[in-house]
Design a protein around this ligand. Structure first.
Ligand code: DAH
Length: 335
């Protein structure tokens, strides 16, 4: 009997060695310690034994069965653990550090500077109505200025806004005067693409409406913004310009940092690059925004954020900015 029990246990051990899946271990379990197993039969046979035999073998059979069950249960536990998805912390992953898009970097810089000057940041819709993009900004339907800002007209009667200036009217309507807002955002134009023109680019609009606001204030704000972004005094020139929504209107150009002012494709060989459109808000625009133009005056400006990023990071082709080429775009860091 002793030998039989030892054999049963060692047979079980070798059977368990050959299996690893939970289902297979369960099969071994029922064969060796289940209801119809040999050990179970031996246990059931105890009742027919004499008292002496019962004494002799009873505890031996029982303890062997217990040992066999423990072996099976241990194996079962191993099999179950293995089948769970486990976290292997020995695998090393290369973690790629993300980076901000150059336009995002300059947009945040300009916005932060303006916020420190008390400007509230607002945003308007990229899909805009003709009213907010043109009419309310003193550009009626047949005005030639519409030609300069051809855009994508949508089937639903809306358009993709050509400028962040649409925010001027939204802000006047929403907050009234006095007012100091800036609005960074994406803008669109139907352009032939070249090194300096894209159909999708970014601007930031700024506007101050208060009593006694003058062009001096505008100049100060522009100078602060540009010198902070470029971390030095940049050479700017102010030219008379034309925008239907300002009177007088100015263009602020900055010396081209790509070629150092010598002339290159980016600056169309002029040595300067147009960076800011600005002026004193036209009374018709104040009126459209529901503001009394007798009581309040204001200035507004629009900075080309995409141009600013190109100048700051010396990017000589605007098209790479929308290319999504991460090898190129990931090299710009916030300084
Ligand atoms: N919206 C003009 C453009 O995209 C830029 C501009 C000019 C904005 C004069 C202004 C402004 O706020 O006063 O060309």
């Amino acid at each position: 009997m002793e030998e039989k029990l030892i054999n049963l246990k060692s047979n079980l051990e070798s059977a368990l060695k050959n299996v690893s899946k939970e289902a297979d271990v369960l099969n071994v379990k029922s064969e060796y310690v289940g209801k119809k197993s040999e050990i179970q039969e031996l246990l059931s046979g105890l009742k027919d034994m004499s008292i002496d035999e019962k004494k002799k073998y009873g505890s031996l059979i029982n303890s062997t069965k217990k040992e066999m069950e423990e072996l099976v249960n241990q194996k079962l536990e191993d099999a179950q653990n293995k089948s769970n998805v486990s976290f292997d912390d020995s695998v090393e992953y290369a973690l790629n550090k993300g980076s901000l898009h150059p336009v995002t970097i300059v947009a945040r810089e300009v916005t932060d500077i303006l916020k420190r000057m008390g400007f509230t940041v607002v945003s308007g819709p990229e899909m805009e109505s003709e009213y907010y993009n043109f009419e309310a900004l003193n550009v009626p339907k047949d005005h030639p200025a519409r030609d300069m800002q051809d855009t994508y007209y949508l089937n639903n009667g809306m358009l993709l806004r050509t400028q962040t200036s649409d925010n001027q009217i939204h802000a006047m309507e929403n907050y009234g005067a006095p007012l100091r807002i800036c609005a960074p955002g994406r803008t669109f134009r139907n352009e032939d693409l070249d090194a300096n023109h894209e159909n999708t680019f970014f601007q930031i609009e700024g506007m101050v409406i208060d009593k006694g606001v003058s062009i001096e204030n505008l100049l100060y704000v522009m100078q602060q913004v540009l010198s902070e972004v470029f971390k030095r005094e940049v050479k700017v020139r102010l030219r008379p310009g034309f925008f239907p929504f300002t009177e007088p209107s100015y263009e602020m150009d900055m010396s081209c940092l790509i070629c150092g002012g010598k002339g290159c494709p980016t600056c169309k060989n002029s040595g300067y690059i147009e960076m800011v459109g600005s002026g004193m808000i036209h009374p018709n625009v104040l009126k459209a925004g529901g503001i009394d133009s007798e009581e309040y005056t204001g200035f507004a400006f629009g900075i080309g954020l995409t141009r600013l990023a190109m100048m700051k990071y010396k990017i000589n082709d605007i098209r790479v900015l929308n290319s999504g080429d991460i090898r190129y775009l990931e090299q710009f860091e916030i300084d």
